[in-house]
Design a protein around this ligand. Structure first.
Ligand code: PHE
Length: 515
């Protein structure tokens, strides 16, 4: 029954695909700025702590859940849990919501590759291209369709014949292109100001001759929330992607080692991306006589406006760097998008297999692609709220967080709410219902590592759910701006968690020691 599910050709193929899923827009436009504004090197330490105590644990759990059940998320949760069987729906709905805007952003990269290529012959485009693209609805939808067509062909090609093949070439290529951009960026005058912003604790708020990057730094709780949210998104956790990729993995592969490699590679690329983009953006801004606080250093503005200005100011050769840069961002976007699409495709393929039917992968992927493209077209036509069809203008809604544009709307529900809740519930399921031992048996597959077992039990029962409450609070504050409400909601979650997991766990500990 499982014979048409597919599997990875090799462990390295799997690793590159999983790293491809992790390395995405989050690494390039999210991590560097968050690191700079939230304490530089100190933020990095907090991030690494969370990546090891929470990210690694959830990564290993998701891979194990997939491999144990050999199923996509909905069926996988059903197979191991009775109380939380519905949790798989989170892991399918979130990738769908993310794809509705990720595909649009991927399309923007294609647009920028084209305009930089043309710039080689007709004069380099500047930051004004961003507004022009956002308000040109046919162009935005056109590149969205092109992006989805590329993803369709890769995912329709199968797990090893499409996804693995793409990542085997794409990931090394991305790494080399990133190195080229780093060398160019660091040789620009005043690039060091960007490096100091990223790495030196407190530099972001220091007054220098070039001004001050940010007015104030966030408190530790906010930093934990920001770092945790960033880490989850960046590692592709709580979105079903790692469950699905794990379901194609051989029993003999070492899940702890694999998880460690994915976490390490993703963090390395995030740091490298920061070293490439922040110094370039800062150096260019300073050369133009701007104060550093006025330079847009994150989100779509960084990618499509600030950096295009950098390439513009390099003259014609800027076109070459522009093409290399947007191509590397495009590869990062594709390798993440195909993992999200695979979650959706695998769900339908598995469901049919359960009923004894065989579905054509091509057909399933086609339907998934078309549905995403149709909703994505709304996000593209909205142009980040530029074209008057945002939720706020259509429905006269006034909810901060998701009314500005459709991208924010979908992002808020998926990354802001479903992701932290999904991860917290998953930890409760493992800690409270199925027990860490079941997961550890799969993670270690027969062998035993006493140290990792102890570490895993401790983290999944106590650290993960507690951190997830903070992440939830951080995300809610980020989106809705109301810290008090965010903390009340998170406190309620923590109480439910304690009632559900901690109290029974303490009782058990008191009675029987280790299980
Ligand atoms: N990890 C990707 C990024 O950093 C996004 C992503 C999230 C991809 C969840 C797959 C699943 O951009």
């Amino acid at each position: 029954m499982e014979n048409n599910r597919g599997s990875w050709g090799s462990n390295i193929g799997f690793l590159l695909a999983a790293i491809g899923s992790a390395v995405g827009l989050g690494n390039i436009w999210g991590f560097p700025y968050k690191m700079g504004k939230s304490g530089g090197f100190t933020f990095l330490l907090v991030y690494l702590f969370l990546a090891i105590f929470v990210g690694l644990i959830i990564m290993a759990s998701e891979l194990a859940l997939g491999r144990k059940t050999r199923k996509a998320p909905i069926a996988a949760y059903k197979a191991v849990s009775s109380k939380y069987s519905w949790l798989g729906w989170f892991a399918v709905l979130s990738p769908f919501l993310i794809m509705t805007f990720y595909s649009v952003l991927g399309g923007y990269c294609i647009y920028y590759i084209v305009i930089n290529l043309m710039g080689l012959f007709k004069g380099m485009p500047d930051s004004g291209s961003f507004g022009a693209m956002l308000t040109s609805i046919p162009a935005s939808i056109g590149v969205l369709v092109a992006f989805m067509a590329i993803c369709f062909f890769i995912v329709a090609g199968g797990v090893s014949g499409g996804i693995e093949k793409f990542n085997k070439i794409g990931m090394p290529a991305l790494f080399i292109m990133l190195l080229i951009i780093i060398v160019r960026a660091l040789t620009l005058p005043h690039a060091v100001e960007g490096l100091k912003f990223m790495f030196v604790p407190g530099y972001a708020v220091r007054e220098t001759e070039f001004g001050q990057f940010v007015q104030s730094t966030p408190n530790l709780i906010t930093v934990l929330g920001t770092a945790g949210g960033q880490m989850f998104f960046s590692l592709s956790l709580a979105m079903g992607a790692m469950i699905t990729y794990g379901s194609y993995l051989g029993k003999e592969e070492n899940l702890v080692k694999n998880s460690g490699i994915i976490v390490f590679a993703d963090t390395l690329v995030a740091l490298m991306a920061g070293i490439a983009v922040i110094p370039a953006a800062v150096a260019n801004g300073i050369a133009q006589g701007k104060m550093v606080g006025d330079i847009k250093l994150n989100g779509p503005g960084l990618l499509f406006s600030t950096l295009q200005d950098v390439f513009h100011n390099m003259g014609t050769i800027g076109g070459v760097f522009g093409v290399i840069f947007y191509l590397l961002v495009l590869i990062a976007a594709i390798s993440s998008a195909i993992s999200l699409m695979e979650v959706l495709a695998a769900h339908f393929i598995d469901k049919a297999a359960e009923q004894g039917k065989t579905l054509s992968r091509k057909k399933v992927v086609m339907i998934v692609s078309v549905v995403i493209t149709v909703i994505g077209a709304l996000v593209a036509a909205d142009g980040l709220g530029e074209n008057g069809i945002s939720p706020a203008s259509l429905f006269k809604l006034n909810v901060k967080g998701w009314n500005d544009c459709w991208l924010d709307f979908f992002d808020c529900w998926s990354e802001g709410i479903m992701m932290p809740l999904g991860a917290m519930l998953m930890a409760m399921m493992i800690g409270g219902e199925i027990g860490p031992k079941t997961m550890l048996d799969e993670i270690h597959n027969g062998e035993h590592s006493p140290f990792f077992s102890k570490f895993y039990r401790f983290c999944i029962t106590y650290v993960v759910p507690a951190v997830m409450c903070l992440v939830l609070a951080g995300q809610l504050t980020d989106f809705f701006g109301d810290q008090v409400v965010a903390y009340i909601i998170s406190a309620v979650c923590f109480i439910i968690f304690s009632y559900h997991t901690l109290i029974p766990d303490w009782k058990k500990l008191g009675m029987s020691g280790d299980e």
